[in-house]
Structure formats: C-alpha cells, structure tokens
Design a protein around this ligand. Structure first.
Ligand SMILES: C[S@@+](CC[C@H](N)C(=O)[O-])C[C@H]1O[C@@H](n2cnc3c(N)ncnc32)[C@H](O)[C@@H]1O
Length: 238
C-alpha cells in the first residue's frame, strides 16, 4: 500500500465507507442477504472497518476485518474500541490468505479487488468460502472505451493494473469457478443518501497537504469521467 498514494491518502484521512455508495449502499446490499448470528463473514480490505462494525452490530455474527494496511487497521481498532463487537481484526493479504478452506459464509469486497491481483484474490476467496457461500464486490467498471492517453492517467492515479469492463469482471469471476454471477447497477440517489452515516473520517495527527490534493483529484476524476467510469455490485456464488 505504501506505493499507492491514493490508498495512502485514504488511510491517513481514515476514510470510512471508501467505496461508491458508502454505508448507504452497504446497508442496501446486506438487507437482501439472509445473515444470521451463526455465520462467519470476512470483510476483505476492511479499511477503517465501517462495514465490519455495521455487520457485527446488526447481525451479531462473527466478522473478520482484514486489511494489509496497519494504518487502516489502527483506525478500525479505534472504531471498534469499547463496543464489544464480535470482530476479529487481522493484518493480511487478500491474495494469500492464512485461513483454512471452506471457512466463511460470506466475503465482502468493497472497492478492494481492483487494487489487488484480481485473479489471485478471487481464487483465494473461492478457497476460503464454504461451498454454499457467497461474495459480493463493489467495483469500478469502464462503461465506455477511453483512448490510451486518457486511460493511463486514471490507472496510474488509482495505482491499479487495469480498468475492467463489466464483461471482463464477469469473465474473471467465472474463470475462478463462480458460475452464478450477478452484476447490478446502482444509481446513487442524490439527496436521498444517508449522509450522516455514509462517510466518516478518522484523521491521522499529521497529514501532508498533497494528501488532501489526492482526494480532491479523485473527486475531479470521477466527475470528469462520470460517463466512462461507473461501478457495479457483483454478487457471486458457485
Ligand atoms: C478503497 S479502500 C476501501 C476500504 C473499505 N473496504 C471501505 O469501503 O471503506 C481499499 C482497501 O483495500 C486494502 N487493500 C488493498 N490491497 C490489499 C491486499 N492485497 N490485501 C489486503 N487489503 C488490501 C487497502 O489497504 C484499503 O484499506
């Protein structure tokens, strides 16, 4: 993560709900799942743990909040402290998980896979999910072709290998053995978002000015390429 300036800025700001739709969308997705207290859920790339805290509190099931950034995890610990939530916080790499096979009922990726070696991460997800388990991922997609000279700055800014179309994401999920792949567009309802609950910040004590610039650049890029960059909610099972 240290080499990825965008992720570093998110960690320093301690942005909670650092995915399109924020906690508002997370609640919407989870409300449709049948989650009970006997389940075990992995929030893979949990960041500051907003979603992990919500799941543990709402469903009282066991949650593992995993991230490879110690700074993110520090902030997740701060968020969870004193709340007595059933959350296990772990530092780890999604591409190479230390968990046994068939452990989790659900894996959650909220704006995470694109920052990893996607094929390796999905293979690991398949391995640690129970056979009847499910994962969902909220991921950026390329809606319309962009010329290379416009695509490259976006890819470089986010520090990702490439920007995938919905069809390319689907192919990767299917190739990993997830035959049931659902992709959903979610239109962010302007003015109807639960703003109090969507984003929160757990700021580090010292933050260089250029880190603020990075988050601003993110807002500018998403506005500039609003027609070409979208996102999907993928829900996959075997
Ligand atoms: C855009 S943030 C999203 C954080 C969180 N899911 C949220 O929605 O607020 C991406 C997160 O993925 C984590 N991450 C990136 N690559 C990872 C990897 N290989 N293993 C574990 N975590 C990773 C980053 O540290 C960061 O916390």
């Amino acid at each position: 993560m240290e080499n990825n300036r965008y992720l570093k800025a998110l960690a320093l700001m301690g942005v909670g709900g650092a995915h399109p739709g924020g906690l508002h969308l997370t609640k919407h997705i989870l409300a449709r799942e049948e989650i009970n207290a006997n389940m075990t859920i992995l929030d893979a790339g949990c960041g500051t743990g907003q979603t992990a805290a919500y799941i543990a509190d709402q469903f009282q099931c066991r949650v593992t909040a995993l991230d490879n950034s110690e700074m993110m995890l520090e902030k997740a610990r701060e968020r969870f402290s004193g709340k007595n939530l059933p959350i296990d916080i772990r530092q780890g790499n999604i591409e190479n998980l230390s968990y046994r096979d068939d452990l989790f009922n659900m894996v959650v990726f909220e704006s995470v896979l694109a920052f990893t070696d996607i094929s390796r991460s999905i293979a690991e997800c398949k391995r640690v999910l129970k056979p009847d388990g499910v994962f969902y991922a909220i991921e950026m997609v390329l809606e319309k072709k962009l010329p290379e000279h416009e695509l490259k700055p976006i890819i470089d800014f986010y520090g990702i290998a490439r920007l995938l179309t919905e069809a390319e994401w689907r192919d990767l999920f299917s190739a990993a053995g997830f035959w049931n792949v659902r992709a959903e567009v979610f239109n962010l309802p302007f003015g109807d978002v639960d703003l109090d609950n969507t984003r929160d910040f757990l700021l580090s004590e010292t933050i260089d000015d250029d880190m603020f610039d990075i988050l601003q650049e993110h807002e500018q890029l998403t506005a500039l390429y609003a027609e070409q960059l979208g996102f999907r909610i993928f829900r996959c099972s075997v």
